[in-house]
Design a protein around this ligand. Structure first.
Ligand SMILES: CC(C)(COP(=O)(O)OP(=O)(O)OC[C@H]1O[C@@H](n2cnc3c(N)ncnc32)[C@H](O)[C@@H]1OP(=O)(O)O)[C@@H](O)C(=O)NCCC(=O)NCCS
Length: 337
């Protein structure tokens, strides 16, 4: 079958969130903040925090095992693994290779990470889709897995209240059924704005030293106001461009699954698109911003709740450090058993 004839769809999803919940009230005892401030500025009530030994490869493997079990598949059925993460277990090897071993995937398949921060899952979904469309692979695991609690500065109230840990996994599969699964996408980046949301030390430019530790340079730093404005503009614009490219309109979309960073960002995007907020499934109140894990966590929740149905148009849209952004339009497909 030629590349043009193959459709790629999400056959199954699975998620993992650490048991430990950190509430806004608990945070108020750690930094000068309040439940009221965090809720009103971000919509977040609590987030999950991974324990020691609960790393992105562990959380991702758990999420993937659930996705496999739901689809009645085994690790041997997977031909390709892509992990999106900005908090890899270690600088190298990739979290994907560690996860491959933990999950017992075949020992000859390609496994690699994608670094696109909060847009990581949308990036990985598109790379996986294009690799499957090449006809060289039948099934891919695409995972977003993050342990933001390890890069957040727990003394910086402007950022530590916003982030959380978790993982979500999607199994992509090819089908000859036309016009299902991924219908269109858009990915973008603007490195000129890299410093709006970044981590200065810990890479090869500034390896760990006593000085970088003293200066707290291993933690995430953000210009929240600027990020907010760009996020709204770029997410709304990405949705419009993908829809236009596919000959669709926002009215055709059953569900918008936005990156779950801040309810006010989602509200502003919905407003710009002139779409009711009821078509934007939200779970950031319970998870915070889990970066690359956020879209699969929200998508899985909407899917398992029975909100997303066969034939629905679903639009995923993300924005993150880089800056990066991306959107994917899917026609939801539930293959007959
Ligand atoms: C971070 C964010 C919630 C801040 O909201 P905001 O309305 O812009 O608030 P400001 O930054 O103007 O801060 C207002 C005040 O609250 C204070 N403040 C910041 N964090 C606080 C906290 N956790 N608790 C209490 N006060 C806080 C600030 O110090 C500031 O005080 P000042 O006026 O005395 O200087 C908001 O900018 C945001 O969500 N940005 C996008 C972040 C994001 O989603 N990033 C990830 C993208 S993938």
């Amino acid at each position: 079958m030629s590349r043009a004839e193959l459709s790629v769809f999400i056959r199954s999803l699975g998620v993992h969130a650490p048991d430990r919940k950190l509430t806004n009230t608990e945070l108020s005892a750690m930094v000068e903040t309040s439940d009221e401030w965090i809720k009103s500025r971000s919509g977040i009530s609590e987030r999950r925090i991974a324990g020691a030994g609960e790393n992105p490869s562990d959380m991702g493997a758990q999420a993937a095992a659930k996705a496999l079990a739901r689809a009645g598949l085994t690790p041997a059925d997977i031909d390709l693994l892509i992990v999106a993460t900005m908090t890899p277990d270690v600088p190298f090897p990739s979290t994907a290779c560690l996860l491959q071993a933990k999950l017992g995937l075949r020992r000859d398949i390609p496994c690699f990470d994608i670094s696109a921060a909060c847009s990581g899952f949308v990036y990985a979904l598109q790379v996986g889709t294009d690799m499957l469309r090449s006809g060289n692979y039948r099934r891919a695991l695409v995972i977003g897995a993050e342990k933001l609690s390890s890069v957040v500065d727990w003394q910086d109230r402007a950022t530590c209240v916003l982030f959380g840990d978790g993982a979500g996994a999607a199994i992509l599969e090819t089908t000859a059924t036309p016009d299902v699964g991924v219908l269109g996408n858009l990915l973008g980046a603007d490195g000129v704005n890299a410093e709006l949301l970044h981590c200065v030390a810990g890479g090869s430019a500034q390896p760990a030293s006593e000085q970088t530790l003293r200066d707290r340079q291993h933690f995430l730093r953000m210009n929240g106001k600027e990020v907010f404005k760009l996020a709204v503009r770029v997410m709304a614009d990405s949705c419009e461009r993908v829809l236009k490219g596919c000959g669709k309109h926002s009215d055709d979309v059953a569900w918008f699954i936005p990156h779950q960073a801040n309810i006010r960002i989602v509200e502003a995007v919905a407003d710009q698109l002139q779409v009711g907020l009821d078509r934007f499934p939200i779970n950031l109140d319970r998870y915070g911003n889990t970066s690359a894990a956020s879209i699969p966590l929200a998508l899985e929740e909407a899917w398992t709740a029975g909100r997303i149905k066969h034939g629905d148009l679903v639009l995923l849209v993300a924005f993150g450090a880089g800056l990066t952004w991306g959107a994917t339009l899917l026609r939801w497909h539930e293959p007959s058993p």
